[in-house]
Structures are given as structure tokens and as C-alpha cells.
Design a protein around this ligand. Structure first.
Ligand code: ASP
Ligand code: CP
Length: 315
């Protein structure tokens, strides 16, 4: 029996296979329950704080939806200007303060390691909703859940990850969870945006099949899942470099139909131009279902870290 009560969620690397499977099962259970009733009362009386120092649509709103559908409440902010950080307050003091109010904290911050710093000073569980170009573990979990739902299984699939693998935090967390399912990974990126060696090295050391290419069509032809990502404009110090690299890979409907019509197409969103709008109508374009799955997976995480799952409490 897994126990995530009181645990921080900081990195895709922290999970065991058993924990991943349990989170997936629980997300499926919440999905089924929400098909019968709009909300539950499992987290009645609990408070989630969402501290977003960077823009977000899905992560913040799906965390809030998850908490509210579980009967809990939400406090928080979505921009720094409205907080005392604008007066010079440190991250640590902000976290220490919010820790007095809330039972669990979800944070997004532009600095790598900020969620870990927050976890070091908070008594309550801290969930990393994205730390700069570092990690985005809850996205990796909802991606995993989406793959399982769309494909029926995860073990042994070929997953092509394409786009900005250097700065894209969702893929940094993603590869840490796919390794438990012995997925074959094809990394598709321009040379300047390759996945950092320190992210790939542990996978190779574990003997996992990881290939790198710059050729999207060649990867698409072999993939069960194609995971597109946005070039992370906000991480570039040189705007000219961004201009050079934007539009590196654009997936079109024609390309999917010609090369691999049955591939499952995913994207963490927001999309800029990596996926042409005419792809959206394909039945295997899964990215908006993926966004919806974020609610179920975050419900599972909130219930687990608050210790509301387990013998005598719930399923
Ligand atoms: N929304 C995801 C993130 O915050 C992906 C992206 O912004 O491109 O990492
Ligand atoms: N996928 C994701 O993290 O989206 P937001 O940046 O809109 O939260």
C-alpha cells in the first residue's frame, strides 16, 4: 500500500511504479465518480493555496477545479504584482506565511528549484506546478494517465517527444515516469534544443532505449504516441535565437494522415503553431482530453497528500 500523506510532489523522479499505478487508478476512480455526481466531499474543510508566480491556464485552474470538486476550498494568487513579493518579500517568507493558512500548497515559479526551496520551509505538502525550465511533475502524471486511457496500456510503447526538449519542463518530468514502463523514447529536437545530458544519462544508465533525431517525420512513422511541445520563448536570453528556432516542427493533418494516421497526438498546451488547427478534428488528437485528465489526476494527488485515501477513509 503506498502512502503519500504529507509528501511533497517535486519531481517525476520521485515516484515508484507502484505509486504511479496507484495514482492512475485513483484518477480513473475519480473520473468515474464525477460521471455520476458533480462533486464529492472527501476534502471538505481543507484549503489549497495556489501560488502562481508565472502565467498558467490549465495547471492553476485544474488544481482549483480538482480541489473544489472534492469539496475543498482554494486561496491564492496568479500574479506577483498583487502580493507582497512586489514589496520585496522573499519566497521563503511568502511560503512560511501561506503555510499558516493552507493545508497544501501548489506553486509555479520561474526559477529552477523554487518548489524544492518552498518545500524546505513549508510544514504542509508542496506541489511543484512548474519550476522554470526544471520540472512539471503533475503534468507528467496526467500525460501518463492520458496515454493509458488513450492506448489502454503504457508498457513498451514508443513515445516520440518533439520540440523544445532543452527548456520544456513537462518532458523533463515525463521521461522520469516513462522509464518505469520501459517505453522506447525518440527525442526529436533541433540541435540547440536537445534534451540536457543530465536528464537523459540516468535513462541510458538504466539500459532504456533512447534515440535522438532531428527528423520529425521519421520519428512519427515509428511512434505510438507523439508528444509535441512549444518552443519556450520565455526561457531564451537571445530573442534572435528564439526567432531562428520557432516553427522548427509543425505537425499538419496531411503529415499525420500520410505517415502514421493512428498515432496518439498529445501536447501539454498552450500550443502556438506546433500543431496545425486542422489536426484538432482527428479522433486521435488527444490534447484537450489530456487537459481534462489534469483534473482527475490532481484530485488523486490532493487526496493522497492530504491522507484522505486509505484504510478506513476512502477506497
Ligand atoms: N504549460 C506547460 C508548462 O508550463 C507547457 C508550456 O508552457 O509550453 O510547462
Ligand atoms: N500544461 C500547462 O502547464 O498549462 P498551463 O501553463 O496553462 O498551466
Amino acid at each position: 500500500m503506498i502512502n503519500l500523506k504529507g509528501k511533497d510532489i517535486l519531481s517525476g523522479a520521485q515516484f515508484s511504479r507502484e505509486e504511479l499505478d496507484r495514482i492512475m487508478d485513483l484518477a480513473g476512480e475519480f473520473r468515474a465518480r464525477l460521471e455520476r455526481t458533480p462533486s464529492l466531499d472527501l476534502l471538505n474543510g481543507y484549503i489549497l493555496a495556489t501560488l502562481f508566480f508565472e502565467p498558467s491556464t490549465r495547471t492553476r485552474l485544474s488544481f482549483e477545479t480538482a480541489m473544489q470538486r472534492l469539496g475543498g476550498r482554494v486561496i491564492g494568487f496568479s500574479s506577483v504584482e498583487s502580493t507582497s513579493v512586489a514589496k520585496g518579500e522573499s519566497l521563503a517568507d511568502t511560503i512560511r506565511t501561506v503555510d499558516q493558512y493552507a493545508d497544501v500548497i501548489a506553486i509555479r515559479h520561474p526559477r529552477i528549484g523554487a518548489a524544492r526551496e518552498a518545500a524546505e520551509v513549508a510544514e504542509h505538502p508542496v506541489i511543484n506546478g512548474g519550476d522554470g525550465a526544471g520540472e512539471h511533475p503533475t503534468q507528467a502524471l496526467l500525460d501518463l494517465y492520458t496515454i493509458r486511457r488513450e492506448r489502454g496500456e503504457i508498457d513498451g510503447l514508443t513515445i516520440a517527444l518533439s520540440g523544445d526538449l532543452k527548456y520544456g519542463r513537462t518532458v523533463h518530468s515525463g521521461v522520469q515516469v516513462y522509464r518505469h514502463y520501459r517505453c522506447r523514447l525518440i527525442l526529436v529536437a533541433p540541435d540547440a534544443l536537445r534534451m540536457p545530458e543530465e536528464v537523459i544519462a540516468p535513462l541510458r544508465a538504466q539500459g532504456l532505449p533512447v534515440e535522438e533525431t532531428t527528423d520529425l517525420e521519421a520519428a512519427l512513422a515509428q511512434a505510438d504516441v507523439l508528444y509535441m511541445t512549444r518552443i519556450q520563448k520565455e526561457r531564451f536570453s537571445d530573442p534572435a535565437e528564439y526567432e531562428r528556432l520557432k516553427g522548427s516542427y509543425i505537425l499538419t493533418r496531411e503529415m499525420v494522415e500520410r505517415v502514421n494516421p493512428r498515432v496518439t497526438i498529445m501536447h501539454p498546451l498552450p500550443r502556438v503553431d506546433e500543431i496545425a488547427p486542422d489536426v484538432d478534428a482527428l479522433p486521435n488528437a488527444a490534447y484537450f482530453r489530456q487537459a481534462r485528465n489534469g483534473v482527475y489526476v490532481r484530485m488523486a494527488l490532493l487526496a493522497l497528500v492530504l491522507g484522505r485515501i486509505g484504510a478506513g477513509v476512502w477506497v
